[in-house]
Design a protein around this ligand. Structure first.
Ligand code: NAG
Ligand code: NAG
Length: 439
């Protein structure tokens, strides 16, 4: 009557369990072989905010209060019914639960929520259960945040409600209800020796701190989704990945659902054709989108912005391409996503606006051009673009570099500033070379 817990898939920070139990805030793995399980610091954390200090690292280390291992016999003793072998004090939470153990420190940000957390969750889940669709998720639980899994512009809730219409959200108050209902002592429950527990059918537990303890995220990319991806890509007999990423099109089920919700027409959705993933869009469908950040903090030198716009206008006019100069904060969420859905070349200063790359058609032509303060570098959009099969170039004024030539994060003075240089004609030339197959 008490099914053991099964481990379906695991990578640092990403774990899919079947029959995981929860009582009084502790997740219980019911097993006779706890030593077969990964160390709990690779599964979870205390969910506290992350600072880059030894104290914070220590405070986020999980204990047996976060995850505990008990034998089926012990589970029977705690939660079984004393009068009937077939009855238990266990109550089933059915379906597929996303248990996102992160605090709102990162959740309330479009990039981290959509392009990292859901992105990683979908890679991990869809490769584990290959026939599942995004409908398959029953609920998302955020045990460490209240309403603030939402971001300022409300992209997160829009993405979540549009892409996953039947998904139910539970936040820390709801989790607290579940905790307190199972915190009662047997005496309080009037059932000597027996207390109450929940059994979750299937859970994907994602934990940012645990992902950072893994080498892909912690030592290389600082992308939690990189652990999820690394965990599920095809491996050879030595366990070495054959490919760095899942096959092109892996994110398409989610992208299509969000964009259909927005109202993007099938002809635009089909700029990427899952039946012909290596096809490139026809020349008359090429669209260049520059995300201007000139009214927010990290931005270009004003004259460099003007010169970039002029160079892009000249290029697109001459080649007959669509050009969008997008100031995200001035247009609606729908308009932003509609533009992203038909963009071939996305250009912008390092920042959240580039998160829209997850809504671009992921064809072999798709390209992200990220402008950094010279010598600055971060993996956020590079890893994300590459994982979708897109090319990524980092532009440092009048030069560019592309992974793996630059393979480290670097935040020089000026990185976050308002005087980032860029030589517009160089960016236009880069796009043109790429379009002409010279890169
Ligand atoms: C529930 O957990 C708290 C710690 O969070 C502990 O103090 C308390 O004794 C536990 N209650 C039961 C019934 O195990
Ligand atoms: C950017 O590149 C242009 C063209 O090569 C050059 O004239 C300009 O001085 C450069 N700016 C910076 C800040 O290096």
């Amino acid at each position: 009557p008490i099914p053991p817990t099964l481990l379906h898939e695991h990578a640092p920070g990403w774990t899919i369990f079947e029959n995981v139990y929860m009582a009084n805030g502790t997740l219980y793995v019911v097993t006779d072989a706890p030593s077969d399980w990964p160390a709990i610091e690779y599964i979870t954390s205390t969910g506290l905010p992350a600072e880059n200090t030894p104290e914070s690292k220590e405070q986020r280390m999980p204990t047996a209060h976060e995850i505990d291992f008990i034998s089926p016999v012990e589970a029977q003793a705690r939660w079984g019914d004393e009068e009937s072998e077939d009855d238990t004090r266990i109550f089933v939470v059915g379906g597929n639960t996303l248990l996102f153990n992160d605090p709102d420190q990162f959740l309330n940000h479009y990039y981290h929520f959509c392009a990292e957390l859901f992105f990683g969750a979908w890679a991990f889940w869809s490769a584990t259960f290959v026939n599942d669709t995004p409908d398959t998720f029953t609920r998302a639980i955020f045990p460490h945040t209240g309403r603030s899994w939402r971001d300022g512009p409300n992209m997160n809730s829009f993405f979540l409600r549009g892409g996953f219409p039947s998904l139910t959200v539970e936040t820390e108050e709801d989790w607290e209800d579940r905790v307190s209902a199972t915190a009662l002592t047997p005496a309080e429950l009037g059932r000597p020796g027996k207390s109450r527990a929940w059994r979750f059918d299937r859970v994907l537990l994602a934990d940012r701190s645990a992902a950072f303890r893994g080498p892909e995220c912690g030592a290389r990319t600082q992308r939690t989704a990189a652990e999820a991806m690394h965990g599920v890509v095809p491996k050879n007999t030595d366990g070495e990945p054959i490919h760095e990423f899942l096959p092109r099109g892996w994110w398409e089920p989610v992208r299509r659902r969000v964009l259909r919700f927005v109202g993007v027409r099938p002809a635009v959705l089909n700029l990427f054709d899952p039946a012909h993933p290596e096809a490139v869009p026809p020349k008359e469908k090429i669209a260049v989108t520059y995300i201007s950040r000139q009214s927010v903090r990290r931005r270009l030198i004003p004259e460099d912005h003007d010169r970039l716009v002029a160079s892009l206008e000249e290029l697109c006019h001459r080649r007959g391409w669509e050009l969008n100069i997008m100031q995200a904060e001035k247009i609606s969420r729908e308009e932003q996503l509609i533009i992203a859905a038909r963009t071939t070349y996305l250009i912008g200063v390092h920042g959240n606006g580039l998160s829209h790359l997850i809504m671009m058609p992921p064809t072999p032509a798709a390209t992200v051009i990220e402008i950094f303060f010279p010598e600055g570098y971060a993996h956020d959009y590079e890893w994300t673009a590459r994982s979708l099969g897109m090319r990524h170039f980092a532009v440092w004024n009048d030069t560019s570099t592309t992974y793996p030539d630059v393979n480290w994060a670097s935040y020089p003075e000026g990185f976050q500033g308002t005087r980032i240089p860029v030589w517009g004609p160089y960016v236009a030339e880069l796009i043109e070379k790429r379009a002409d197959g010279k890169l």
